[in-house]
Each structure stands twice: as C-alpha cells, then as structure tokens.
Design a protein around this ligand. Structure first.
Ligand code: NIG
Ligand code: FE
Length: 416
C-alpha cells in the first residue's frame, strides 16, 4: 500500500513510553507519503522527494487534506460480558453510589451472574460488535479483561472469546486475567481463600492454555486490600503472567505504591492517587493509565494528569469500557476530557492514546507510532491537522483506519 499526499503525519517517536515533558514531543511532517509492505511501514518521506514518475504497485490511497496519526491503543477495557446494567446507571443518576450498589450485590456481581449464563458464541458475537464500534473510532489494539466469571469456567470462557475474536477481527486483542475483580458471594468474608483458589486452581489453567498476558486486580477499599492484591499479582508472576492493577479509583488506598513495588506494567484509574504514589510512579517504569470516561460516568474528580506529567510520570489514556462504571468507548470524548478537564495538551493526549498505550501493553516496539519498521497501524483523520482530534470536540474525526497495512474501515465507503 502507498499512502500519498498526506497533509500531515503527526506521531510520537520511539519504542518505549514517553515520560513527563517528553510526552509533549511529536514528529510533524507535512505533505508526506508512507510506503507499506507486508503490513509494515517501509518508507516515510515528503511528496517533494518523489519524482512523480513512480509506478505504484498495490493499493494507493490519496490522503489529500487528511492527517495521519498512529492507530489508537485502548489499553484498558472489559469488553467481554453478558447482560447490561442500564437500571444501575439510572439509579446512580438518582444518587446511589457505585460502591453501595456493589455492596448490595449489584454492580459487578450483576454482570457476573449474566456472564455466567452467556454461552461462548454469544460472548463472541457481542464482543465482535463492540470491537467494530471501537475500530470505527480508530482503535487498532485493545486490551480486554476477564473478571465477570469469578470461577474457572466462566473466566476461561471470557478469555477464550477474546482468543477467538483475535483470530478474525482486525483489531489485535491483548487478554488480561482479572479473576480478582470482585469477591464472589460464595467466598463472603474469605478473601484470602478466594485468592488462593484463583492462584492454585485458575491461574495455572489460564497460563497453561496461554489465555492471558496479564493479571489484574481491583485493589480498593471493600474489594481486595493491598495484601490480597499483592498475593494475586505475585501468583500471576509465578505463572509467567505480568501484573497490572486497578488502583486508587474510589479512595486513596496506595495501590499505585503497590504497583511500583510488584513491578506492574501499568497502574490504572488513579483518581485518588497519593502524593507518594505519584512520586513512586514517576521514578518507575510503571505506566499510569488514566480513564477519564469512568470519572465522567461516575461523576468523580478526574485523575491529576497535569501534576503527574509535571512530576515525570508516563501517562496512557484508555476507555475502561465496561457494562457498569463506564459503558462508553468514545475515543473522541477521551481526547476532549483529557484536554478540557485534565489539562493535558493535545500532544500529550495523542502520545497517551498511542505510544504510551502501546507501551502499557509492552507493544511499543511494534505499534503506537508511525515509523519505519513498525506495523502499519494508521488512522487518517478527516482533517489536515492532528489538533482537530480535540478541536472537533467529542466527535469522531477518523475517516480511514489501516491495520497492518490493510484498509479496514473507510467512512467514505458509507454514503450518508
Ligand atoms: O474499571 N473498577 C473495577 N472494574 C471496572 C468496573 C467494572 C464494572 O462496573 O462492571 C472499572 O471501573
Ligand atoms: Fe477497569
């Protein structure tokens, strides 16, 4: 494939997360071309460098007036689940709190009950629809978590669904085991026993069948405390499954500090992160993944992104798409909230949604930026400048999506 007349290529550059001030650095190239072979970017240059006499083999895309940015990486989702929780959303609007609903047996447990009763085929079908919705917004790689089974069979079914989808959906799916998403009622008051069950009877099966790259835990007051979370993540490590964590979402609980201690790839949410947590994250390789759509949906204060970047953290942005706390996959709204509410710059937000998201899935050497040698995961925006990602507020600006060198979505192919 040959993409010509690109108004602007806007991309961070590198093979690892950008921290602090470096998040601001983008490479900008006007009036450019990208040459792709076997799914990889093999040449990038200015149109003026071409003789005009080239004979193009393969598909040519004329990207006049379009801006190319890297495919977006949604590095935190729970997109495989059965059932919906619309009534819970509405009762939260009327004042019920997320944690109160959970304590009364609703919330995550409502989705667990529904998912336990959903066959694999249905999980695959609904998962496919949700992935395609993300693809149309420029997402080319997605992380997805289990955690709506809380027992061996359903946890594995969720992970199997992702494995199947990964075979035929254009989006790359990175699966995370999150058996420690909530304490199932059958283990009430026996938190440690539940973690032991996961460690001894579930994780080894997940590992043996290569069903997950990561292990996650909901470290939160009233869910899993720091000690139980540490046990879970260490058990994952023993099985060769790398740690990531839901940390400091509802109250300050020092999950960020735990993330750094166990060498987590990413600490996520961080609405209530402590000063010490920020300092420790800044001094570590753990990426701080912020999920503004969840704060928006729960009507909570946003994570202190500006302070974290100023102190030197690497920030990734992701959706947290799930049936409860955040039933949204809107990339455009992530950008809007990041720059309007969290005071990130447009450049930082683009880095967070691309290279740093890739790094949060340890994929920054193959995707997350537009560079020779990387996978051709590229979005063409309907505007000539990357700043329209934030300026055309909360609206999808993606016109074409290229995944591994193939045009997988084209808004222009749809004639309304
Ligand atoms: O990231 N915090 C825990 N897990 C999800 C919510 C899942 C749900 O509400 O179903 C989250 O917000
Ligand atoms: Fe989450």
């Amino acid at each position: 494939m040959f993409i010509i007349n690109i108004a602007q290529i806007a991309t961070p550059i590198g093979n690892k997360a950008h921290k602090g001030k470096k998040m601001q650095e983008l490479s900008l190239l006007q009036d450019a071309f990208i040459r792709i072979e076997d799914g990889l970017i093999i040449e990038i240059g200015k149109m003026s460098e071409l003789s005009g006499q080239e004979v193009y083999q393969g598909e040519v895309i004329d990207a006049q007036n379009l801006c190319a940015v890297p495919g977006f990486i949604d590095s935190h989702t729970h997109f495989i689940f059965g059932g919906y929780r619309a009534e819970e959303f509405v009762s939260r609007l009327q004042g019920a709190s997320y944690m109160d609903i959970m304590k009364m047996g609703g919330g995550i447990m409502a989705s667990v009950n529904a998912t336990r009763n959903t066959p694999l085929k249905e999980l695959i079908t609904s998962g496919h629809t949700r992935l395609s919705r993300m693809l149309r917004q420029g997402v080319t790689t997605v992380e997805g978590k289990s955690g709506y089974g809380l027992e061996l069979e359903t946890e594995c079914r969720q992970l199997e669904a992702m494995k199947e989808l990964n075979k035929f959906h254009p989006i790359d799916i990175i699966p995370t085991f999150m058996g420690a998403h909530a304490l199932p009622p059958e283990y009430k008051g026996r938190e440690t026993e539940y973690i032991t069950y996961l460690a001894d009877s579930v994780l080894p099966v997940v590992a043996m069948n290569s069903l997950a790259k990561y292990c996650d835990v909901f470290c939160e007051d009233g869910v899993f405390d720091v000690e139980a979370s540490r046990m879970m993540l260490e058990a994952g490590k023993k099985n060769g499954i790398r740690p990531r964590i839901h940390a400091d979402e509802i109250v300050t609980f020092h999950g960020a500090e735990l993330a750094v201690e166990v060498g987590a790839v990413s600490a996520d949410h961080l609405l209530m992160v402590s000063e010490e947590g920020i300092r420790k994250l800044a001094g570590s390789d753990t990426i701080a993944t912020l999920l503004p759509l969840t704060a928006f949906s729960l009507n909570k204060p946003y994570a202190p992104a500006r302070k974290m970047i100023d102190e030197g953290c690497a920030i990734a942005l992701a959706s947290d798409m799930n049936p409860g706390s955040c039933f949204s996959d809107s990339v455009a709204l992530i950008f809007a909230l990041a720059v309007i509410q969290m005071k990130m710059t447009a450049e930082e937000a683009l880095t967070a949604m691309t290279l740093n998201g890739a790094a949060a899935l340890e994929l920054a050497d193959i995707t997350g930026s537009i560079e020779v040698g990387k996978q051709a995961d590229i979005n063409l925006l309907a505007y000539p400048d990357y700043r329209f990602l934030v300026y055309h507020t909360a609206s999808n600006t993606v016109e074409k999506v290229i995944k591994k060198g193939k045009l997988v979505y084209d808004d222009k192919a749809c004639d309304v």
